[in-house]
Write a protein that binds this ligand. Structure first.
Ligand code: NAI
Length: 338
């Protein structure tokens, strides 16, 4: 008896050493669109992260091959393939985190809104399944136009009667990743230690980098500030042009999507001070959905950290973005409400 309790307490100590004060838990992550340009490298990054214990790969094509390949990596996550619409509910069932990069990407000359006709119904159908079999999952939507697909998923949950605004996120992490890179390059800083919040939405002028809130603190003459802001807003188009018709950002998006998914898991586990910018239901501005820095916790959004102090330049950017966002949001809501 005595030796048994000793054994228990030493294994508890082991756990505390490994996990600090956070909870150890099983985490099933589902990726919808797992065979795609983003889905595959995103799934690879999730597979190599020990916080993921089950990786559920859903797509309408090719998941058996992707899953067989990833399953040979010697990391803890059990990889399962779900192929075709009839496998969707099982793929999502009891997932703690669902990441959605399903749908078509841009070609040169297209805006993200041009993807609406195809991607709106894809995201709607995925949200219908999630609302039924994983209503408590934290959902990260990558599929564009994010400004509209997040309202679409939210309206589906509202219709299903189990909407929790704390659990649905538009993934805007790539905008932050890009801002960090470009600002670090401009000032010769360590890009890993540079952090630039990016707020608003995820298309053109709705992307608002808050360079005045960058850490470490930086400053630029007005013309350079404007040029850097525009480069961050148009960075996706830079990649679309360079890929010349073969797609949009996939590798950097996979990096950003994995970072966001892992932050959701760290929040779920009760880690403190996990903060990511994300496009969520919001009352920070007149736009019903708006990206700001979010403190993540066991239920998703723990606290919306708001806009923070804005420069006059940034105030103007917000003023220009809000009407555009409202249009994008209304379009998404109408799509579900009919
Ligand atoms: P892709 O065409 O390479 O892959 C999309 C995948 O979705 C394909 O494997 C396809 O079979 C799958 N798919 C299509 N319909 C589906 C359905 N009903 N259910 C499940 N899977 C389905 O496209 P890529 O490059 O991976 O881009 C995916 C989306 O991510 C696009 O909408 C793109 O605009 C968006 N994106 C978002 C970014 C962001 O920052 N939020 C950045 C870059 C891209």
């Amino acid at each position: 008896m005595f030796s048994r309790s000793l054994r228990v307490s030493s294994s508890l100590q082991g756990n505390l050493r490994n996990f600090g004060t956070t909870k150890q838990c099983n985490v099933k992550v589902a990726v919808a669109g797992a065979s795609g340009g983003i889905g595959q490298p995103l799934s690879l990054l999730l597979k190599q992260n020990p916080l993921v214990t089950e990786l559920s790969l859903y797509d309408i094509v090719n998941t058996p091959g992707v899953a067989a390949d990833l399953s040979h990596i010697n990391s803890p996550a059990k990889v399962k393939a779900y192929n075709g619409a009839e496998a969707l509910k099982e793929a999502f069932s009891c997932a703690e985190v669902i990441i959605i990069p399903a749908g078509v990407p841009r070609k040169p000359g297209m805006t993200r809104d041009d993807l609406f006709n195809t991607n709106a119904s894809i995201v709607r159908d995925l949200a219908v399944a999630a609302a039924e079999v994983a209503p408590k999952a934290l959902i990260g939507i990558i599929s564009n136009p994010v400004n509209s697909t997040v309202p679409i998923a939210s309206e589906v949950f509202i219709k299903a009667g189990n909407y929790d605004p704390k659990r649905i996120f538009g993934v805007t992490t790539l905008d932050v990743v890009r801002a960090n890179t470009f600002i670090a390059e401009a000032k010769n800083l360590d890009p890993i230690k540079t952090n630039v919040p990016v707020i608003g939405g995820h298309a053109g002028i709705t992307i608002i980098p808050l360079i005045s809130q960058a850490t470490p603190k930086v400053s630029f003459p007005a013309d350079q500030l404007k040029a850097l802001t525009e480069r961050i807003q148009e960075a996706g188009t830079e990649v679309v042009k360079a890929k010349a018709g073969t797609g949009s950002a996939t590798l950097s998006m996979a990096f950003a999507g994995a970072r966001f998914a892992i932050s959701l898991i760290r929040g779920l586990r009760g880690e403190s001070n996990v903060i990511e910018c994300a496009y969520v239901r919001s009352d920070v501005t007149e736009a019903k959905y708006f990206s700001t820095p979010i403190l993540l916790g066991p239920n998703g959004v723990e606290k919306n950290l708001g806009l923070g102090p804005l420069s006059d330049f940034e105030k103007e950017l917000v003023k220009a973005a809000v009407p555009e966002l409202k249009k994008n949001i209304e379009k998404g809501e109408k799509f579900v409400k009919g």
